[in-house]
Structure formats: structure tokens, C-alpha cells
Write a protein that binds this ligand. Structure first.
Ligand SMILES: Nc1nc2c(ncn2[C@@H]2O[C@H](COP(=O)(O)OP(=O)(O)OP(=O)(O)O)[C@@H](O)[C@H]2O)c(=O)[nH]1
Ligand SMILES: [Mg+2]
Length: 294
């Protein structure tokens, strides 16, 4: 009998949720950034481990809700928490246990969870032991605690094994050949957003978004046309840069990620659109896919 189920990756911004999902899949499909609040919507990766199909659900980080978009992001995480077979609660080794206590309160349905401690490659062993000890006082709440160093894949095998143990017997829910059920256009939009996050500073990454206008696929070349939306006229100069160098960097960055995933040469054209106050415009947010904004 095979097993299958949904495993939500939950944790604070910057904990490493998207990095972990990509790493377990062995392909980069989710955007990642050194800057917090990178992920805005749920996305998934279908990982096969022996006879178990694990559908990881990446989520936006748990954070205070300030703007409409942040509320949407928090709701995305809460929905994923309540609607899965198992939660992986991810926390960097440097995080205080207080954040875990807050997570326990948010986990109203008391869905079973595993604690994963990330970034252990960045601290001495003594710090890791102290961290583990601080979670051990809640030993009756979680099923397992697994330290990981994601770039070196330390802890990955253990994690997959433990997750498999807690998933229900079930036929596979997706074709095991598939990497994800996400649309290619959403994955590519994420890569362009990552390009913005990694190449532009200040508030611009948080006040911008990406719409894929069209993808023309050919045997040897994919042509992708996309629009970067920004809030203010003054941000246009920042996105475009001197002589267009900034938008060129963003485009090259995203194109390389796209080509790695598709295995094809890609032509990517980016244009910029100023949409004043778009992050507060509920109708516009709905239009571009933030479907349950309020
Ligand atoms: N050294 C090291 N860096 C890590 C590890 N895990 C994640 N990172 C880095 O941490 C940063 C944040 O990673 P993300 O995967 O974007 O974090 P996230 O939890 O998805 O963040 P949000 O989408 O903002 O909620 C990136 O720069 C990663 O490269 C780890 O185990 N070790
Ligand atoms: Mg993320």
C-alpha cells in the first residue's frame, strides 16, 4: 500500500521554508530571498520518497498583519495549517522558543507537527544543543525534532523518513512524474520577483509584483513577456536603473532560473507599469490573483 498526503511548511519569514521545499524536490521552483516576506502565496512541490508521495505546501511566513497584502499572506499560511495531514514547523536555530509558543496557539486544529531547526551550519554545536533543549520542554506537543543545514542537505533523509511515517495510506494523489501542480507562469513570475528582491533595495520589492502577459513556446526558444507593477512613479527609476542596468540585471537573473528549470533557451521581455496604490486596492489585488483579500 502506498502513502500520500499534504505537508505544510510553516514558520516565520526567512526561516528557510521555500529553500527547504526546493531542496527536497531537487529543483528550484519556489522563490527564495535573503529578505523576509518573500513568499506571498501557497505553492507546492510533489516529492516521492520510496512508496510515499509527499505534497509539500510552501507558505508565506507567520508575521504581524499590517497591510492588506500581509493579511492575505497570513491567511494563506493559516489556511495551509488547517488543511494538511502534517505540519513541518521550521525555525532557524537562532530563533527564540517564544515564536514556537505562538505557533502552538495558532495551530487551533492541533494538526500533528514536526519541528525542523534550520541554519545549523551557521552556529557552533553548543548553540544547537541549547536550542534543542529549549524545545524539549514541549516534547509532548511535537512528533519529532530534526536539525537541518539545507545547503548541505544535512537532515533531509531523516526528515523524509519521519514525514512518511505520519502520512496516511492512500493512492498517489498526483502523477508521480510531476514536480508540482503550480502553473508554469506562476513559477516564472516568482523567479522575476526573486530578481527584484535580490537586485533592488528598500521598499520596492514589497511594493511590486509581476504579471506574466504571455508565454510563446517554441521547440528551441520560449518567449516570455511580463510586466512589473510598482506603486509609485518614483520607483520606476529604481527598477529601470541608470541606462536600464537594473532591469537588465533583474531580467538576466530571472532568465537564468527559468532556463535552468525549462532546459530551454528563453527570451524574456520586461516592462514596468505604475499602478498607484495597488497594494491597497482590493479589486486590483483580486484581479491579479490574491483571491481572498478582504
Ligand atoms: N546557511 C543556511 N542558509 C539558509 C538555510 N535555510 C535557508 N537559508 C537562507 O535563508 C534565507 C531565507 O530563505 P527562504 O527559503 O526564502 O525563507 P522563507 O522561510 O521561505 O521566507 P518567507 O518566504 O519570507 O517566509 C535565504 O537566503 C536562504 O538561502 C540553512 O539551512 N542554512
Ligand atoms: Mg518563502
Amino acid at each position: 500500500m502506498t502513502k500520500a498526503g499534504f505537508v505544510s511548511l510553516i514558520g516565520r519569514p526567512n526561516a528557510g521554508k521555500s529553500t527547504l521545499m526546493n531542496s527536497l524536490l531537487g529543483e528550484k521552483i519556489a522563490m527564495v530571498s535573503q529578505k523576509a516576506n518573500a513568499t506571498r502565496r501557497r505553492s507546492n512541490a510533489i516529492v516521492m520518497h520510496e512508496e510515499t508521495q509527499i505534497i509539500f505546501v510552501d507558505t508565506p511566513g507567520l508575521h504581524e498583519r499590517e497591510k492588506i497584502l500581509n493579511q492575505f499572506m497570513l491567511d494563506e499560511a493559516l489556511k495551509a495549517m488547517g488543511d494538511c495531514d502534517l505540519i513541518v514547523y521550521l525555525a532557524p536555530v537562532t530563533d527564540s522558543v517564544e515564536h514556537y509558543e505562538k505557533f502552538l496557539k495558532l495551530n487551533k486544529k492541533k494538526v500533528k507537527h514536526i519541528i525542523v531547526i534550520s541554519k545549523i551550519d551557521q552556529v557552533k554545536q553548543e548553540k544547537l544543543f541549547k536550542c534543542i533543549a529549549s524545545y524539549n520542554q514541549y516534547g509532548d506537543q511535537f512528533e519529532a525534532l530534526i536539525p537541518v543545514a539545507i545547503p548541505k542537505k544535512v537532515g533531509h533523509a531523516d526528515l523524509l523518513k519521519v514525514i512518511s511515517k505520519y502520512l496516511p495510506e492512500s493512492p498517489y494523489l498526483y502523477d508521480p512524474e510531476n514536480l508540482t501542480s503550480e502553473l508554469v507562469r506562476d513559477i516564472y513570475a516568482g523567479f522575476i520577483r526573486e530578481g527584484i528582491f535580490e537586485n533592488v533595495s528598500d521598499e520596492v520589492p514589497y511594493e511590486s509584483d509581476v504579471i506574466i502577459d504571455s508565454i510563446d513556446e517554441d521547440k528551441n526558444l520560449d518567449k516570455i513577456f511580463a510586466t512589473i507593477i510598482i506603486e509609485k512613479e518614483s520607483q520606476k527609476g529604481i527598477i529601470i536603473g541608470k541606462g536600464g542596468d537594473s532591469i537588465k540585471r533583474i531580467g538576466t537573473y530571472a532568465r537564468m532560473k527559468i532556463e535552468t528549470l525549462s532546459g530551454k533557451k528563453t527570451f524574456l521581455e520586461l516592462q514596468v507599469l505604475v499602478k498607484k496604490g495597488w497594494t491597497k486596492d482590493v479589486n486590483f489585488l483580486k484581479e491579479i490573483g490574491y483571491d481572498h483579500v478582504k
